[in-house]
Ligand binder design. Structure first.
Ligand code: NAD
Length: 498
């Protein structure tokens, strides 16, 4: 057994950890202008991790000025793409080199299992930065097909100052999907982490400087509540706002942009993703295992969580039994125990929200078949068992609203047409999956689904090479892949008469 495979290893490391809680502005750590802080406590057991800077509008002004000055200086924006690439790769390498420390911070801060932080969140964050850096000296501009006595150049330029507001469910990974293309394209960035998970964002700011990213190009502004986030979203000198989080806040950010300088706003928001199981699925046992992991992984705190399980009526009872068997293996455990597959819910209010929805499901008449309770309360952590409702009607609140916890709703259907109708009957349109052995039915269904991502005989596939984002109220624009660069660049047409 290697040392990282014991809980004691991580407990010892946690004891020795010196955690930075200050904002990072203009290349250095600094207290909030007003000197205010907020307590960052671990959902694992309630321990105090750090007093974190509670930034406000004055800090937003400082960070925007620093980012703007760095951008105008051209020391990053005008650097040759091949040079920026090398620095981005160094930044990614440094994140890999600090993998254990960052994984531990992520787990202590938001409660996910240490194995996931170590093998999913941190390496994929590094990959996002490396992939974007590697891409940037391979993207060419265009020439327009203009008359022979003219040249029409179509070029892309960095937008300038980008604000990235991110959530707590994959704190460093969601930030890196934005940071990678934003920085690689030559912008200056201000990252606003969630108040529930600010620690890895604060830590990597120092690594960015070590990698060679100039001061002012990457700033981190933690804050409590919406104070600093709204100040940034309303700021007159921010060019682009990119966001991952809830649909409610996403809509508010569009209002802020309209009330201020019409900054570009790109949104990755909520989901209520349908996972459609036809009776002719190639391997029902495997489909059931995947259905279980697609709602239980990361405590169900996943925007693409397969929270609506649509099952063809003829196999519903048999399939539910298989899913229940699979879900039983997703019981919460101590997040620092490398054997745990499920950790703690991010905080007490989120746990209460999940428990309230479980209560609501029962009041609405759904049939609670598994779980439904908080467990291990005596540990001081916020743990909820995997939960399954049968007999759900798509009009119920538990089928329409994003719960963001390990709560699965099973809905029966009779025909492919009905499956598509139920799947699309949602304000959201982030992701969906289809399980069938019939290739025509698979394609017909995939085409009819109003979602940004569709998986066939699969769930949650994809990496930096494929775009990520949703239709309808799940957002606009796309993270990852070369499409992500569209958000971080303006298009300029330059005409030359010969
Ligand atoms: P949230 O909307 O509550 O908060 C997201 C961020 O916005 C946080 O940093 C928060 O401090 C900030 N914020 C809140 N109010 C603000 C305001 N008025 N002005 C400016 N900033 C403000 O979301 P959350 O609870 O942190 O995350 C969960 C949500 O994120 C879920 O809805 C989930 O589906 C979504 N999510 C979406 C994706 C995706 O790619 N589509 C990925 C991960 C999470």
């Amino acid at each position: 057994m290697s040392s990282t495979e014991t809980r004691q290893y991580w407990e010892d490391m946690a004891q020795a950890l010196a955690i930075e809680g200050r904002a990072f502005i203009d290349g250095e750590y600094s207290d909030a202008t007003g000197g205010k802080t907020f307590e960052c406590r671990s959902p694992v057991d309630g321990r105090l991790l750090a007093d974190v800077s509670a930034c406000d509008a004055a800090d937003a002004d400082r960070a925007v000025l620093s980012a703007r000055t760095a951008f105008e200086s051209g020391r990053w924006a005008l650097m040759a793409p091949a040079e920026r690439k090398q620095i981005m790769i160094r930044f990614a390498d440094l994140i890999d080199a600090h993998r254990e420390e960052l994984a531990l911070l992520e787990t202590l801060d938001m409660g996910k299992p240490i194995g996931d932080s170590l093998r999913v969140d941190i390496p994929n964050a590094a990959r996002a930065l490396r992939w974007s850096g590697e891409a940037v000296d391979k993207i060419y501009d265009e020439l327009a097909p203009v008359p022979h006595n003219e040249i029409g150049m179509i070029t892309r330029e960095p937008v300038g100052v980008v604000v990235a507001i991110v959530p707590w469910n994959f704190p460093l990974l969601m930030a890196s999907w934005k940071l990678g293309p934003a920085l690689a394209a030559g912008n200056s960035v201000i990252l606003k982490p969630s108040e529930k998970s600010p620690l890895t964002a604060i830590r990597v700011a120092q690594l960015a400087i070590e990698a060679g990213i100039p001061a002012g190009v990457f700033n981190v502004l933690p804050g409590f509540g919406h104070e600093v986030g709204s100040a940034l979203a309303l700021h007159m000198d921010v060019d682009t706002l990119v966001f991952t989080g809830s649909t409610g806040v996403a809509k508010q950010l569009m209002v802020y942009a309209g009330q201020s300088n019409m900054k570009r706003v790109w949104l990755e928001a909520g989901g209520k993703s349908p996972n459609i199981i036809f009776a002719d699925a190639p391997d029902l046992k495997r489909a059931a295992k995947v259905a279980a992991s697609a709602i239980a992984f990361n405590q169900g705190e996943v925007c693409t969580a397969a929270s609506r399980l649509l099952v063809e009526a003829s196999i519903k009872d048999q399939f539910i039994d298989l899913v229940i068997d699979a879900l039983k293996r997703w019981q919460p455990g101590h997040p620092l125990d490398p054997g745990s597959r499920v950790g703690a819910i991010v905080d007490e209010s989120q746990m209460q929200r999940v428990l309230d929805y479980i209560e609501k499901g029962q009041q609405e008449g759904a049939n609670l078949r598994l779980g439904g309770n908080r467990v291990d309360a005596e540990s001081g952590g916020y743990f909820v068992e995997p939960t399954l409702f049968d007999g759900v009607n798509n009009a119920m609140q538990i089928a329409q609203e994003e719960i963001f916890g390990p709560v699965l709703s099973v809905i029966a259907f009779e025909s492919p047409e009905e499956a598509v109708q139920i799947a699309n009957d949602s304000d959201y349109g982030l992701a969906a999956a289809v399980w069938t052995s019939d290739i025509s039915k698979a394609h017909r269904t995939a085409k009819a689904l109003r979602t940004g991502m569709v998986w066939i005989n699969h769930y949650d596939g994809g990496d930096m090479t494929a775009p990520f984002g949703g239709y309808k109220q799940s957002g606009n624009g796309r993270d990852k892949s070369l499409h992500a660069f569209e958000k971080y660049t303006e298009v300029k047409a330059t005409w030359i008469a010969l």
